[in-house]
Design a protein around this ligand. Structure first.
Ligand code: KIV
Ligand code: ZN
Length: 524
């Protein structure tokens, strides 16, 4: 299987684009992560460009072990000297020297003829060879260069000692077939081409950088220059994660391998975003927030049944824990019930129907439904109608000479449970009796009562707010008897907690050890 050398230029081509500049410390952090990602070459900077670039290349050369460290230089002696000065500390160092070869650049920017540029290129490579065996030459704007002239330059620099010859699509102009054909032509027409590695460096102006790089590989290129998150001049460079995963996922079609530890991809992408403050777009291939997220009902159903229905690679392969099922208005029942299951919430069919209807209504108003929303839906929609315990009998005595006492009888299905308690008043006594029966302790935070109908026989509605071990629950109860309304309100809150515990399989035990964990009516 052909080995593809991954040359990462995040810290050079990537860093030189607007908004992506990094200080030395940040560059070292990124370089160390690139080493963990196991790229073959890190282009650490352009040492002649600034003092900061020089220092960064030097520090990376000194401190980052594993990959070859490359530094960029024009075909100018002082650039090459400066590059070496920074690189010399590296265990494996590469001087990367470049000059444009297209007539557009020669005429308008360099104002030099073809012969002169060829001569500069050869001299620069020879000069760089005095420092290191590993010299890369780039023919800038190769894609728009005259192909015969380009071949001539490549042959000459290989003769001069270049070990890698890079064919950049500097302005992102190439079309995959055309670019692949160009690499083939170079391979077939440069007589000493076997003495060097063919590299490609594609920009993404037409969104074709990755496709062009892959096409080049199919035609003989063995090094791809790329960047994390595809950052780089203008529309960026070929994205490392896309190139690497395309080669990995389509190994059946592309029999090439890289040494990249793909499980480090997600972490590297996030690190770069954190350092630069620029996130990738959500739909970015491989590393975007949505790259492993499914929202449509049909897709969610498929993925839950069999992941490969809608996923061509696993999230784990790039270092993510799992795919994301986003609950929203397009989601179906399957995804909804699966999420409830993951949250430990068990519902019967009828409850699930109700909760799903409520979920759909909410999803129409809200973009994404979070786990907290689901809990509220379940608590509100299900628990309010569900009476785990039913008040069957209540007797309370009170007076200025009597200790307030309440006797409470509850029913759980057919089971009858009774207890009594004293309290600070008849309501408090009733609440304590309910706690004794159900084993569910709460702290009353607020209590309010209002008359919902007029007259002496007005119905009183009591609303209580209770803290059950950090879980704040509201309960409501109504009756013409205020003590009964109070007991019903408290029991309503207790029922919500009991229902939740039962659905989560946490169990409900009465204070005398009775097991109330089944939602089904129990036998007397
Ligand atoms: O895009 C380009 O041509 C470059 C070269 C310096 C390799 O970045
Ligand atoms: Zn470039």
């Amino acid at each position: 299987m052909g080995k593809i050398i991954i040359f990462d230029t995040t810290l050079r081509d990537g860093e030189q684009s607007p908004g992506f500049s990094m200080n030395i410390e940040e560059k070292i952090i990124v370089a160390k992560q690139l080493a963990r990602l196991n790229v073959d070459v890190i282009e650490a900077g352009f040492p002649i460009a600034s003092e900061g670039d020089f220092e960064a290349v030097k520090e990376i050369a000194k401190n980052v072990k594993g990959p070859t460290i490359a530094g960029l230089s024009r075909v100018i002696v002082k650039d090459i000297d400066r590059a070496w000065e920074a690189l010399k500390h590296a265990k494996k160092a590469r001087i990367h020297t470049f000059v444009a070869t297209s007539d557009i650049h020669l005429k308008h920017q360099l104002k030099k003829g073809r012969e002169e540029v060829l001569d500069d290129a050869v001299k620069a490579v020879r000069y760089a060879k005095r420092y290191t065996k590993d010299v890369e030459f780039s023919a800038m704007d190769a894609v728009r260069s005259d192909i015969d002239y380009l071949c001539q330059v490549i042959e000459a620099v290989i003769d001069a000692g270049a070990t890698t010859v890079n064919i950049p699509d500097t302005v992102g102009y190439a079309i995959p077939d055309e670019f692949g054909g160009m690499i083939k032509t170079i391979r077939e027409n440069v007589f000493n081409i076997n003495k060097a590695i063919i590299s490609v460096h594609c920009h993404n102006d037409l969104g074709l950088a990755v496709s062009n790089s892959i096409s080049a590989v199919q035609n003989g290129a063995r090094q791809i220059e790329c960047t994390i998150n595809g950052i780089g001049e203008r529309a960026g460079n070929a994205s490392l994660e896309e190139v690497v995963m395309a080669l990995k996922v389509r190994r059946d079609f592309l029999p090439y391998a890289t040494g990249v530890k793909t499980k480090e991809i997600h972490k590297t992408s996030r690190l770069l975003s954190t350092i630069t403050g620029i996130s990738v777009q959500p739909n970015k291939a491989i590393v975007g927030e949505n790259a492993f997220a499914h929202e449509s009902g049909i897709h969610q159903d498929g993925v839950l049944k069999e992941r490969t229905t809608y996923e061509i690679m696993t999230p784990e392969s790039i270092g993510l824990k799992k795919s994301k099922i986003v609950l929203g208005k397009h989601s179906g029942r399957h995804a909804f019930s699966k999420r409830l299951e993951d949250l430990g919430i068990k519902l019967n069919k009828e409850e699930l129907d109700k909760a799903f209807l409520r979920f759909k209504r909410l999803a129409d108003m809200k973009k994404e439904i979070f786990d907290e929303d689901l809990e509220v839906i379940v608590e509100d929609e299900i628990a309010k109608t569900e009476e785990v315990f039913k008040l069957d009998y209540l007797q309370a005595t009170t007076g200025n000479q009597t200790i307030p006492t309440a006797t409470v009888r509850l029913m759980k299905g057919n089971q009858i449970i009774q207890d009594a308690s004293i309290g600070d008043g008849p309501v408090d006594a009733a609440y304590k009796a309910i706690e004794r029966i159900t084993g569910i302790q709460g702290k009353l935070l607020s209590y309010s009562i209002r008359a919902v109908t007029g007259g002496k026989d007005a119905i009183g509605e009591v609303v209580v707010k209770v803290n059950f071990n950090g879980d704040m629950v509201t309960g409501k109860g109504a009756s013409t008897d205020v003590i009964e309304a109070s007991a019903k309100a408290y029991l309503n809150a207790v029922n919500k907690v009991a229902g939740k515990k039962i659905r989560r399989g946490q169990g409900v035990k009465g204070s005398r050890g009775q097991d109330f964990s089944s939602l089904k009516p129990s036998n007397p």
